[in-house]
Design a protein around this ligand. Structure first.
Ligand code: PDD
Length: 281
């Protein structure tokens, strides 16, 4: 496997970042994850637009021009011979002696790109079975709209899910409303077949898959409402599913040990999942 680190393509095992990288010391950086399917990077331009936004919010410079970055991403995929899988891209504020304030002008951001092959059958198996989730209180900072590498609360939430036999943790806000998963956006289908997801203006990450899935669902004629819903409404939903670039959309069949709907992947979820790949590209 080959990784890209600050200008060089290196064997994955030798890919290193300096100990005083601000990503390492302060989680002072941002990232993107994209899916590769049939050799095509799904939603690449939307992911790069979000990267641009994240960088601007943190006042980190682009590590290179957008066009060059696309070239490097494609090189990493080519050198790893990946047509099915994902890549991970991380940009930090760079290497500087440890100090909370921004480093001196001219400090170059660090960039790392890694890629991984994922057999479509692995995701298909998860989709066929459905996932289990737990609910957790949201204990993150209030700028989760920025895709930063500061993911410790998410790490702890996913670990708690795993220890409880589940695959995702769903954040609930202090009013009992559903926010998002530890690494996914959350959706429900209500008794009228309407698709609900929380508005992305506040308190969640505006998922790229979420945005594209809205286009897909509306083309299918499924009614969508960006509207908050409570944990109770979710527990009584006909279907619940999650979206992220890693798996596009996956059904949730059990939450906190209780079945959702008929405890099997839902029809609307499957219809949208199939349409995503036909329409989105
Ligand atoms: N996570 N919400 C959170 C907190 C996320 O971390 C992610 C993505 C999403 C979905 O966003 P998108 O559709 O753009 O992938 C929502 C990535 C996949 C990760 O951390 O691995």
């Amino acid at each position: 496997r080959i990784a890209y680190v600050n200008g060089a393509y290196v064997p994955h095992g030798d890919a290193m970042i300096h100990v005083e990288d601000r990503g390492y010391q302060f989680a002072d950086g941002v990232y993107e994850v994209c899916q590769v399917r049939e050799g095509v990077i799904v939603d690449l331009s939307r992911h790069l637009d979000r990267l641009d936004r994240s960088l601007k919010e943190l006042r980190i410079d682009w590590p290179m021009h957008r066009g060059s970055l696309i070239h490097v991403i494609r090189q990493v995929l080519r050198r790893n011979r990946i047509t099915e899988g994902m890549f991970y891209l991380q940009v930090t504020r760079g290497v500087a002696p440890r100090d909370h304030v921004f480093p001196a002008e001219g400090t170059r951001p660090s960039i790392v790109i890694t890629a991984k092959r994922i057999a479509p059958s692995v995701i298909a198996a998860k989709n066929a079975k459905g996932l289990k989730a737990i609910t957790v209180t949201d204990n993150r900072w209030d700028r989760v709209d920025i895709k930063t590498v500061g993911l410790l609360p998410n790490v702890l939430a996913r670990q708690e899910a795993k220890e409880k036999g589940a695959q995702e943790a769903i954040y609930i806000d202090c009013e009992g409303k559903v926010k998002e998963g530890a690494a996914t956006n959350v959706w429900m289908v209500d008794k009228d077949g309407v698709l609900l997801t929380r508005p992305a203006e506040h308190g969640i990450l505006r998922g790229i898959t979420r945005t594209t899935l809205m286009d897909v669902a509306s083309r299918l004629g499924v009614e969508i409402r960006e509207q908050e819903f409570s944990r109770d409404e979710m527990m009584n939903a006909r279907e619940v599913f999650i979206t992220a670039a890693t798996s596009i959309c996956l059904p949730i069949v059990e939450i906190d040990g209780k079945p959702i709907g008929n405890a099997h992947p839902g029809i609307v979820t499957q219809k949208i999942r199939e349409a995503f790949f036909e329409i989105a590209e």
